[in-house]
Write a protein that binds this ligand. Sequence first.
Ligand code: FAD
Ligand code: SF4
Ligand code: SF4
Length: 502
Amino acid sequence: MRPNGEPASIAELDRQTGSKGDVTVPERMLKFVHLPQRMPEKRDVATRRVDFDEIYRRFSADEAAKQSSRCSQCGVPFCSIHCPLNNNIPDWLKLTAEGRLEEAYEASSATNNFPEICGRICPQDRLCEGNCVIEKGYEAVTIGAVERYVTDTAFERGWVRPIRPRRELGLSIGIIGAGPGGLAAAEELRRRGYEVHVYDRYDRVGGLMIYGIPGFKLEKDVVLRRHALCEQSGIQFHLGVSVGADLPLAALRERHAAVLIATGVYKPREIGGPGAGLAGIVPALDFLTAANRKGLGDEVPAFDDGTLDASGRDVVVIGGGDTAMDCVRTAVRQGAASVKCLYRRDRANMPGSMREVKNAEEEGVEFIWLAAPEAFLGEDGVRGVRAQRMRLGLPDATGRQTVEPIQGSHFTLPASLVIKALGFDPEDLPHAFGEPGLEVTRHGTLKINHRSFMTSLPGVFAAGDIVRGASLVVWAIRDGRDAAAQMHEYIQKGHRLAEAAD
Ligand code: FAD
Ligand code: SF4
Ligand code: SF4
């Protein structure tokens, strides 16, 4: 028994509740009534503020089993329904509670290519855990932390093996983009026996997982480990190749039986107003990519000359999404003199995960809610941001409350580095790829048939952010898996037709 009265292990809990060796599901599970929710321990603020290591420690075997045993094994599991991958969550929670970790890993990896990544960075409070039915009054099962624990354990124990297709089909696929969407599709198509070629303009694999998302949320070794596994599975990477600029899309269409576009969205939304062009006002992804590259040991001139280094500076980040949260917390770790986040709506209406806001506040970030920049002050570089207070108005057509400025409510914040984190739009792909026939939506994202995942170009498919607009890793994985299934169907159908015509 622990000093706080909690049982120290499942066995002890079983003794308390009268379970014998022949444990039935309800006896093993449903422990949420007695066992409180425990998240994995968070590293203390003083230590985590000065490095880029993940902030959550891993569960011990006992903690993972106990937290899994809180699940009530719902007949209709809302957690699974609200997981974009429809993971069989109750199944792997039960297996974890029973200590059957290899089977838990098999169950969780059957529907998710990168469970160790989703376990770390999915906004669980909005997805699986936010919809766990024991949330009200008892707090959700810690699904993400268990998923991470199970997969990390599987890697350590050698249960995660490279893909070995049953037979080689002698057909090749081209995938543009080595982010989660492209990689999930690559794995699924390799599993079916295709020769898979992934082209990426970056020098490393992972897309935003390697150069966007900071190490304190997702350590880079976790991404590099997946890259190594993909290579061991026979997936071939062509890095430093920008499709469009270095290699026409037409060449890929000739070379491969089908092509997948999974290029993400990278064009930063701009901010206007007087002084918006001053030195020291930088796009969020430039700032984060420089920090990530530095952490990976690269030479980064724009960081080394101070342009993208927050150390010693008064930093103002503009925006309220995940990217803004990553920027403020990166600036803290670089030793900024002060870090403020300026957001035009209030805490309840911000798009970023509440967990991340809390982490940022603990680390010393000051949030200025209901405020928007109006002008940037300075001559040879930014020295301050003039902002205006806002108030929430009536909901718009989407149901989201509009904002309106409060007249005469200006104030000025000192700032020597301003980071713009206002979201991303797609690049002009038809132009970049020299394919005017590649149709886009009015938002610039690629138009696809949502059943077949095919674009307006025959044999060219698309998945991930370039179709959805800026979204989540878990959705990119889902799209990559679905697109892979459709590409396989398309190729096989073509073969069947060719055979019938012979
Ligand atoms: P990407 O990951 O963007 O990958 C696209 C790849 O295509 C890149 O490697 C790029 O180099 C390559 N490419 C682009 N154009 C070309 C070309 N012409 N030729 C060759 N290669 C090309 N999601 C979460 O779930 N949790 C989070 O905590 C989270 N945090 C985020 C933090 C930041 C700062 C950002 C920017 C995003 C975050 N996201 C998060 C969102 C998530 O990273 C994306 O939704 C996801 O990575 C999209 O996957 P993707 O495969 O569609 O594209
Ligand atoms: Fe939850 Fe994401 Fe895992 Fe689904 S993939 S169970 S949403 S953490
Ligand atoms: Fe278990 Fe919660 Fe999912 Fe129900 S909703 S199966 S209690 S994790």
